[in-house]
Design a protein around this ligand. Structure first.
Ligand code: GLV
Length: 329
């Protein structure tokens, strides 16, 4: 009887309130994790925030936001409902070990997009204005000019036309480059020559002076930046790899640079990371390397994107950025 009275006295919308505890576990860069904790406390005080390795009761973890997920996800977190990547890529997740019932979601947030656009614009401009050659000349105290080419005569091609590739191409338009893009399935972007599928890859490459790799890393794209691909580019083309290290066959790049087939490369990713001190990439005069910093998730904007997705999930709506396990992105 008492139980019945208590139930009847509940607020009208009580059935909408989540009854099981629902904590979010964060497991990525710990410094940015502290920022996540502060922002989450302000914007979502109803969702307890746990910063790895302080997991608390694993049964309370309903959401995990991770760069590299904790081990044994399937068993260690029996009530896990959604796994969020804190990065745009999800290749660091072992999809086979992730229970079928748990959706995996990529992070697409304004901070990642904005920093990627900046980095690629910088790299493309550096290659367009021969900065890699000038850095090498400076080391040798050589004062020699290279003729400036107008941007309208420089063809920039982006491999991968997702959110990042599309945003990059959009911004590159402001400089007056000729722009093209290639994707697995056909896209249509204003001012961009769009190529699609394996059959159109050679035609795309044949008309690309500066190639930017923004592909997801999947079984189909691993090693795609290889000797065969370099041979399909115009003589003296250059490369920007902001995808993943394993997209590139490093020995093939070095051979292509040494033979003059490629003129320069800007690499933000490597295999493995950190790149070992004895890698030939460090010392190559036509390679510029950065330590996987092209884009970085910004807590201020990423928390909002993640919370909007959690609210969508709670309301039974579709998640934005949901990974299709069959394609791997
Ligand atoms: C970084 O590499 C990311 O996937 O966001």
């Amino acid at each position: 009887m008492l139980g019945g009275v208590v139930r009847d006295a509940r607020p009208r919308y009580a059935h909408l309130v989540q009854e099981r505890p629902m904590a979010l576990l964060y497991k990525a860069d710990p410094v940015r994790g502290k920022e996540w904790a502060r922002i989450m406390a302000e914007r979502a005080p109803d969702i307890p925030f746990r910063l790895w390795p302080e997991v608390g009761d694993p049964a309370e973890i309903r959401y995990i936001a991770a760069w590299v997920p904790p081990p044994d996800l399937g068993h260690a977190y029996p009530n896990l409902e959604v796994l969020f990547s804190v990065g745009a890529g999800v290749d660091q997740f072992d999809l086979a070990s992730l229970p079928e019932r748990v959706p995996l979601v990529r992070m697409i947030e304004p901070g990642i997009v904005g920093s990627m656009v900046e980095y690629v614009a910088m790299a493309v401009l550096m290659l367009h204005r021969d900065l890699v050659a000038y850095v090498a000349q400076q080391r040798e105290r050589v004062w020699r000019e290279i003729r400036v080419r107008p941007p309208g005569g420089r063809r920039v091609g982006v491999l991968g036309l997702g959110e990042l590739g599309t945003a990059v191409l959009d911004r590159l338009g402001a400089f007056g480059f000729r722009r093209a893009g290639w994707s697995r399935s056909r896209r249509d972007l204003p001012g961009v020559d769009c190529f699609a599928g394996a059959a159109e890859l050679p035609a795309f490459l044949a008309q690309t002076d500066i190639l930017v790799c923004l592909l997801p890393l999947t079984a189909a794209t691993r090693g795609i930046l290889d000797r065969r691909l370099f041979a399909a580019l115009p003589q003296g083309a250059s490369l920007v790899n902001v995808g993943r290290g394993p997209h590139l066959v490093e020995a093939d790049l070095i051979e292509a640079l040494d033979s003059g087939r490629l003129s320069a490369a800007v690499l933000d990713v490597a295999t493995p990371e950190p790149l070992p001190g004895d890698s030939a990439l460090w010392r190559h005069p036509r390679i510029l390397l950065t330590p996987h910093i092209a884009s970085m998730t910004q807590p201020e904007t990423a928390v909002d994107v993640l919370l909007a997705n959690i609210r969508r999930h709670q309301a039974g709506q579709n998640l934005v950025g949901l990974v299709d396990r069959s394609s791997g992105y």
